[in-house]
Design a protein around this ligand. Structure first.
Ligand code: PLP
Length: 235
């Protein structure tokens, strides 16, 4: 293309959703997996509610937010009943009440005090919630998530909490890594999951791993839930 004839490419939300879904499907195919095993969570933390509603109208049903405080007002009018809101960011114990009012899945369970507080609040309201144990597989100093060595005792605490349903594990790869370099982190989470499921004799079907930079690698390593923000919402 010459300088004169260059055109401005404006991608719409519909284009970006379609492209993302195509990339998820291609990665699944490469790994010999059925794309229907993979849930794309549209991470809508940077966009307003109108954009979330637009994405819903375009067919997305799973949305991820990382701050309880910002989400309370944003979802004051709940999403339609067939949509699911996932909390993917850290949860402070004093925000458990509001979090449980809007989120159906909590990906960031990582410590005994949080498990206790979730169970306490849920027992009062006689509700249950799906949770994932977040593990800091990469061993990053500042990062959220439990140490892999603590995963078994934490999983036991969750399993012993009648109002929490442990679905699986979640991790984040270091943001500065090239996509391919994230593979050992995702593989590590899958192996940890396999070991816990074996030891505890329970099903742990969900692996929440992979973001815009690395979701294709995560799918190749067994992700069932990819958390994608920029590829969908950043024009
Ligand atoms: C923001 C965020 C994402 C999405 O990141 P992108 O790079 O925008 O795809 C995924 N997971 C968590 C925990 C996040 O905070």
């Amino acid at each position: 293309m010459t300088e004169r004839s260059h055109s401005i490419v404006v991608s719409t939300l519909a284009d970006r959703i379609a492209q993302t879904q195509a990339r998820v499907a291609e990665a699944a195919a490469r790994a010999g997996r059925n794309p229907s095993e993979i849930t794309t969570i549209a991470v809508s933390k940077t966009v307003d509610r109108a954009t979330v509603d637009e994405a819903y109208a375009l067919g997305l049903r799973d949305f991820g937010e990382n701050r309880v405080q910002d989400s309370v007002g944003k979802y004051e009018t709940p999403l339609p009943a067939d949509a699911r809101l996932h909390l993917i960011g850290q949860l402070q114990s004093n925000k458990v009440g509001p979090a449980l009012r809007i989120f159906s899945t909590i990906h960031s369970v990582d410590r005994p005090s949080l498990i206790a507080e979730l169970e306490r609040k849920l027992a009062i309201s006689e509700q249950s919630v799906d949770v994932l144990l977040q593990v800091n597989v990469a061993g990053e100093e500042q990062k959220a998530g439990a140490e892999p060595a603590d995963a078994l005792s934490l999983a036991n605490l969750i399993v012993a909490s009648p109002h929490l349903t442990l679905r699986g594990l979640m991790t984040m790869a270091p943001l500065e890594l090239e996509a391919e370099a994230t593979r050992p982190v995702f593989r590590g989470l899958r192996e940890l999951r396999d070991g816990l499921a074996e030891t505890l004799q329970i099903e742990l079907p969900w692996l929440s791993m992979g973001m815009t930079n690395d979701f294709e690698i995560a799918i190749e390593e067994g992700a069932t839930h990819v958390r994608i923000g920029r590829a969908i919402f950043a024009p």
